[in-house]
Ligand binder design. Structure first.
Ligand code: GTP
Ligand code: MG
Length: 195
C-alpha cells in the first residue's frame, strides 16, 4: 500500500478508549526492544513516527495508528521487560490480554522475534496464547540485517522449531535497516484486513 496519511488516533490503556468506527486492526506483539515500533515506521515509510528507543520499554500504551483511513496498526507494549515493577508488568499484561482476547475487529497479530536468538519462554507463551485464541498470526523474525545471509535458513528453522510452528504457519524475515520483508508483511496485512 502507498502510505501518505498516518495519524496516532489514541494511546489507550482501557477498552473505552479504543477507537470508534469499524476499521480493521492489526496488532504488533513481541518482547521489549525487538523492533515493533520500527516495523510500523518501515511499513508507513516514516523514520520515527512511532517512537522507538534502544532502551526497552519505550511503548507503554496501546497506540492506535490510523493508516490511510483503512486500517489501524496497534503498537503494543513489549513483554519481558525486567526493569518495570511486577505490579506494572501485571497491569501491562492485563491490558494487552484484554485487547487481544476481546477486540472483535482485530484481524491478526504480527508476533516479532529476534532473528538472532532462539525464541524466549515469553515468545513461546505468547505464540501459544494467540493460537489458543485462534488469532491469525504472522511470525516476523526481525533485525535480520544483523545475521549473515548464509544463516537466514538456519534462523528460520530455529525459530519455527522453538515456537512449534507447522510448515503452513506464516513466517517472514524482516529488517527495518534494509527494508527486507516489507512488501511481504504488507501483503499479509492486506490479506488479513481484507484491503
Ligand atoms: P518497546 O517499545 O520497548 O517494546 O520496543 P520495540 O519493540 O518497539 O522496539 P523499537 O522499535 O523501539 O526498537 C528497539 C531498538 O532496536 C532500536 O534501537 C531500533 O533502532 C533497533 N532496531 C529495530 N529494528 C531493527 C532492525 O531491523 N535492525 C536493526 N539493526 N536494528 C533494529
Ligand atoms: Mg515500541
Amino acid at each position: 500500500m502507498e502510505v501518505h496519511d498516518v495519524e496516532l488516533t489514541i494511546s489507550a490503556v482501557a477498552p473505552k478508549q479504543y477507537p470508534k468506527g469499524s476499521l480493521p486492526e492489526v496488532a504488533l506483539a513481541g518482547r521489549s526492544n525487538v523492533g515493533k515500533s520500527s516495523l510500523i515506521n518501515t511499513l508507513i515509510n516514516r523514520k520515527a513516527y512511532a517512537r522507538t528507543s534502544s532502551q526497552p520499554g519505550k511503548t507503554q500504551t496501546l497506540n492506535f495508528y490510523n493508516v490511510e483511513s483503512t486500517v489501524y496498526f496497534v503498537d503494543v507494549p513489549g513483554y519481558g521487560f525486567a526493569k518495570v515493577s511486577k505490579t506494572a508488568r501485571e497491569k501491562f499484561g492485563q491490558m494487552i490480554e484484554t485487547y487481544l482476547s476481546t477486540r472483535d475487529r482485530l484481524r491478526g497479530v504480527i508476533l516479532l522475534v529476534d532473528a538472532r536468538h532462539d525464541p524466549s519462554d515469553d515468545d513461546i507463551s505468547m505464540h501459544e496464547w494467540l493460537n489458543y485464541y485462534n488469532i491469525p498470526m504472522l511470525v516476523v523474525a526481525t533485525k535480520s540485517d544483523k545475521i549473515a545471509r548464509g544463516k537466514w535458513n538456519q534462523a528460520e528453522s530455529r525459530i519455527r522449531k522453538g515456537l512449534n510452528m507447522t510448515p503452513d504457519d506464516a513466517y517472514i524475515q524482516f529488517s527495518a535497516e534494509t527494508k527486507q520483508g516489507k512488501d511481504a508483511v504488507w501483503n499479509w496485512i492486506e490479506q488479513q484486513a481484507g484491503l
